[in-house]
Design a protein. Structure first.
Length: 268
C-alpha cells in the first residue's frame, strides 16, 4: 500500500497531524517510561566504570583532559550524547519495524489522510522523547559523580541533546522504513551506530587528531554533539562551538525531507 500524498497543506494542519501521530506513540511510551529510561543507561554506566574510573585514573596521572577536571568529567557529556543517540535511533527503528513486520498495523498508518512530513515528524518526536528519557538518567548519574548540577542542566546543554535526539530519531525513521528484517537493523547498528560511538569524540578530543582523521571524525553528527555538550557543561559561553547547533539542525531538517519522501512512496 502507498501513503496518500497531500500537497499544499498549511503549516498549522501539518503541526496538528504531527501531534496526532506523536500522541499515538506517547500512549505507548508512557506505559514503559522506566524501561526506556533504564535501557540506554547500561552501556554508559559500563563505560563510566571501565573508562572513567578504571582507565581514567591512569590517564589523569600522565595528562590533563582538554575539558573538565579529570577524564571522568571529560567523558560524561559524551555518555549523555551516546545514550541519547542509541535510544533515539534504536527505539524509533524497532518501533517502526515492529509495526511493519510483526503487528502489521503499518498499513493503517499509511492510509491515514496525513501529510507524509507529519508522519515523519510525529515519529521523530517520539524518538526525541525516548532519547531524553535515557539522557536524563545519564545526566543524573553525571551529577552524582561530579556534583555539578548546572553543568548538565542548562538550556544550551538540553538544546544540544534534543537536536542530537532529532538527528538520530530521523535516521531511525528512514532505516525503519527501509529494512526488510530485524537482522538488517543489526547490520545498521553494527556498521553505523557502534563505530560512531567510539569515533564521535566520546572518549577523546577531536582537536588532538591529525588533520586527515579530524576530517573523518567531523563528518559524524555525534562529534558535533559531544564537543558542544562538553563546552556547554564546562566552558564559558564565549568559547562554545556555535556552529554545532546549525549543523545538527540542518542534518535534522534534511532527514525530515528524506523521511517525508520515504513515507510518501512507502509500499508494504
Amino acid at each position: 500500500m502507498k501513503s496518500k500524498k497531500i500537497d499544499n497543506l498549511p503549516l498549522k494542519a501539518i503541526l496538528e497531524d504531527t501531534l496526532t501521530i506523536f500522541w499515538a506513540e506517547w500512549l505507548d511510551l508512557r506505559a514503559r517510561m522506566a524501561q526506556i529510561a533504564s535501557t540506554g543507561l547500561i552501556s554508559p554506566l559500563i563505560y563510566v566504570l571501565a573508562f572513567g574510573l578504571g582507565l581514567g585514573n591512569t590517564i589523569d596521572r600522565v595528562s590533563t583532559p582538554a575539558v573538565g577536571d579529570n577524564y571522568l568529567e571529560f567523558i560524561l557529556p559524551g555518555m549523555v550524547a551516546l545514550s541519547s543517540m542509541t535510544i533515539s535511533f534504536g527505539g524509533t527503528t524497532f518501533s517502526i519495524c515492529g509495526d511493519r513486520l510483526f503487528s502489521k498495523t503499518f498499513d493503517e498508518l499509511l492510509l491515514l489522510p496525513v501529510h507524509p512530513l507529519a508522519l515523519h515528524l510525529g515519529k521523530v518526536l517520539a524518538g526525541i522523547v525516548r532519547g531524553l528519557m535515557t539522557a536524563f538518567s545519564v545526566i543524573l548519574v553525571a551529577i552524582l559523580f561530579t556534583g555539578k548540577i548546572f553543568s548538565f542542566i542548562n538550556p544550551l546543554f538540553i538544546l544540544v541533546v534534543i537536536l542530537n535526539c532529532a538527528v538520530f530519531a530521523g535516521i531511525g525513521v528512514i532505516i525503519g522504513l527501509r529494512v526488510k528484517s530485524l537482522e538488517s537493523v543489526g547490520l545498521y547498528n553494527n556498521f553505523l551506530i557502534v563505530p560512531m560511538s567510539f569515533l564521535g569524540g566520546t572518549f577523546f578530543s577531536p582537536e588532538s587528531l591529525p588533520m586527515v582523521l579530524k576530517v573523518i571524525v567531523y563528518l559524524l553528527p555525534l562529534t558535533y554533539t559531544t564537543t558542544a555538550l562538553r563546552a556547554a557543561a564546562y566552558q564559558p559561553i564565549s568559547v562554545f562551538p556555535w556552529y554545532s547547533i546549525p549543523v545538527l539542525l540542518v542534518i535534522a531538517i534534511a532527514l525530515a525531507f528524506v523521511g517525508a519522501y520515504q513515507f510518501s512512496h512507502q509500499q508494504e
